[in-house]
Design a protein around this ligand. Structure first.
Ligand SMILES: Cc1cc2nc3c(=O)[nH]c(=O)nc-3n(C[C@H](O)[C@H](O)[C@H](O)COP(=O)(O)OP(=O)(O)OC[C@H]3O[C@@H](n4cnc5c(N)ncnc54)[C@H](O)[C@@H]3O)c2cc1C
Length: 221
């Protein structure tokens, strides 16, 4: 299997990178270990995501979706007190100030479908295991399908579209491969480990009430 770029992971980052590259005419392969739609945490979008959604051509689908519109956020501290609402429109005089509270299973499916429509080949239920780097440079990926079958994917342009993220994180001075491994093979790179905890907030909240449709309450503990 020969591509110009291989993207590991079909979440929002991967499917966005794949859509952008495919739009530029690159042959892009996306390897995704899960079968979509699948559950994922991280539903509450922020206004500036609008411009990325616009760039990859899914804005109309977002506007037509059933996702709840999100106009503001309130932070709820450990004491249970909520902050004053932070209305995005007071900071950003643009329709981007109304964003969305999405269902990630549906949102991620929409983005992956969009990458496919742009020409990317997204393969689900396949897990990237190892980078192929014959002379130090990454030229592909060894993967394993969920049925246990080993697969190899090769790419001309050293494979990966993650350079954009590295430039945003200058502290990650390492080469692209380092960052890629850090992000995708966390087991082997404890430096990049992340721990997160989330819990359901009892309904109704014991304090305050959303003051407008689309107000989102964020518990901070
Ligand atoms: C508790 C919590 C709450 C959050 N809340 C918010 C929020 O409210 N709003 C917000 O914007 N963000 C939130 N986030 C962050 C948000 O979840 C992430 O920023 C977002 O999911 C990152 O997208 P991604 O595409 O980089 O990675 P992911 O969405 O994690 O996608 C990565 C994909 O890669 C696949 N994959 C992984 N390894 C392999 C492999 N080896 N081979 C093949 N496929 C692989 C996975 O199956 C997955 O589909 C939250 C995160 C946490 C932990």
């Amino acid at each position: 299997m020969q591509y110009d770029a291989i993207v590991i992971g079909g979440g929002p980052a991967g499917s966005t990178a794949a859509a952008v590259l495919a739009t530029k005419g690159w042959r892009v392969g996306v390897l995704e270990k899960e079968k979509f739609p699948r559950y994922h945490i991280g539903e509450s979008l922020l206004p500036y995501g609008y411009f990325t959604l616009e760039r990859i051509g899914v804005l109309d689908r977002m506007k037509a979706s059933h996702f709840t519109r999100k106009h503001s956020v309130q932070f709820v501290g450990a004491s249970g007190r909520a902050s004053v609402p932070f209305y995005f429109s007071q900071q950003l005089a643009h329709e981007a100030s109304a964003t969305w509270q999405v269902l990630r299973s549906e949102f991620d499916q929409l983005l992956l479908d969009n990458a496919r429509e742009k020409g990317a080949e997204a393969i689900e239920e396949i897990t990237a295991r190892e980078l192929i780097q014959p002379a130090g440079a990454v030229t592909g990926v060894k993967a394993i399908a969920n049925d246990g079958a080993p697969r190899e994917f090769h790419a001309h342009n050293q494979a990966f579209s993650f350079r954009v993220f590295i430039t945003e994180f200058p502290q990650l001075k390492g080469d692209m491969t380092d960052c890629l491994i850090g992000n995708l093979f966390r087991d082997f790179r404890p430096l990049f480990d992340a721990v997160a905890r989330f819990a359901a907030v009892p309904e109704p909240l014991p304090h305050g009430k959303p003051q407008a449709t689309g107000e989102v309450l964020e518990p901070c503990r």
